[in-house]
Design a protein around this ligand. Structure first.
Ligand SMILES: [Zn+2]
Length: 157
């Protein structure tokens, strides 16, 4: 995303409710942990345009095409994480959630078996940086890092 002066972006409220094709940025900033502990989960001004650009790249390259293919709602169970939220959920210090490059997703109504099929489909047909299937949580972690995509995937028990 182009660096845009804050005034041109409008209020943060308008911004986080901006809709891409299927997703809104607010879905990536929403965090049960942030709500529970009453901590901020919106990027600082200095990082904001970078984070929004990263989210948009993940959505347009992976999540929108996946949504089109599956034709079912994709729930973002964890998108962007502020430093504090990442600490509270026990995320890695270098987690790509910190920059908006990663999201954890669940396909509405899907069993772990069906989620595994989605995992395999992404693995075979999509470009990504890291792809992790968590059968016990019934979620898939997927990240996008542009021309640095590593195409790494594994299942985590
Ligand atoms: Zn994740």
């Amino acid at each position: 995303m182009e660096k845009t002066p804050r005034a041109k972006l409008g209020s943060i409220h308008t911004l986080i409710h901006y809709h891409m094709k299927y997703f809104s940025y607010s879905e990536f900033f929403k965090s049960d942990t942030a709500e529970k502990y009453q901590v901020n989960n919106i990027p600082e001004d200095a990082q904001l345009s970078q984070v929004l650009g990263n989210i948009k790249a993940l959505v347009s390259n992976v999540l929108d095409p996946l949504r089109d293919m599956i034709a079912r709602p994709i729930i973002i169970t964890s998108g962007y994480r502020s430093q504090r939220v990442n600490e509270l959920v026990g995320g890695s210090k270098t987690s790509q959630h910190l920059s908006g490059k990663a999201a954890d997703i669940h396909i509405q109504g899907y069993t772990p078996q069906q989620m595994k099929t989605v995992y395999r489909t992404i693995q075979m047909y999509y470009d990504f940086d890291q792809l992790i299937f968590y059968p016990s949580k019934n979620i898939i972690h997927v990240s996008w890092n542009g021309n640095k995509n590593r195409q790494e995937s594994w299942v985590k028990a």
